[in-house]
Design a protein around this ligand. Structure first.
Ligand SMILES: [Zn+2]
Length: 198
């Protein structure tokens, strides 16, 4: 049976979607997605709805930068950057069945940032998206006050508070990455975007 995914941009009209992996402007310098369509597992639908409502009270909109990622693309990324600090290692068994991957591979993670609702410009953040270094790390828990004086951290914290308030957990090394926490058993998937919706 096919997993149940939803198209974020179609379901939540107030969210913006721009996927750097559907362009050449990303860490692999190649277009790896066929379109700017963000899919997530339907288990997230209620939380994303709450996030959309909460953001309507702010000057910001949520911009989705990555969501469902086919498992074979995870393997491609891993072949270029085999560093478990920044990528979930894709694992198959001897029969080539998927054993483990990234939460992106089962529609349980989103990468996102905040944009200004009026100007649509990206809010400043601690580093660029997919900048794999310590600037992107969430290190502020014990030093929140210090970082709150910095405009860039202010928006990262705001993003974190909004998503973590709705069942997501921020990745310690990536300000943009949030995993959805669920106790349901959800499989990893290796379907193209077209196969997913056909
Ligand atoms: Zn991510």
């Amino acid at each position: 049976m096919k997993p149940k995914f939803i198209n974020v941009g179609e379901t939540f009209s107030d969210f913006k979607v721009y996927l750097p992996y559907a362009t050449e402007d990303n860490f692999v310098r190649k277009k790896v997605y066929s379109s700017h369509q963000a899919f997530v597992h339907e288990v997230m639908i209620e939380s994303l709805g709450e996030i959309q409502e909460r953001l309507k009270e702010t000057p910001y909109q949520l911009l989705i930068l990555d969501a469902y990622r086919p498992f074979s693309i995870q393997e491609y990324f891993w072949s270029l950057c085999p560093d478990e600090g920044y990528l979930a290692k894709p694992i198959r068994d001897d029969q080539r069945n998927i054993v483990k991957g990234s939460n992106h591979n089962r529609g349980l993670a989103i990468d996102c940032t905040l944009t200004n609702r009026a100007s649509e410009s990206w809010m400043p953040m601690p580093s660029g998206f997919d900048e794999f270094n310590e600037k992107a790390h969430r290190v502020w828990t014990n030093q929140k006050k210090k970082f709150l004086q910095d405009e860039n951290y202010k928006y990262a914290i705001e993003l974190e508070e909004i998503l973590e308030g709705q069942g997501f957990r921020g990745n310690p090394r990536e300000w943009w990455h949030f995993d959805f926490v669920t106790h349901l058993e959800i499989d990893y998937v290796d379907l193209s975007f077209e196969e997913l919706i056909s």
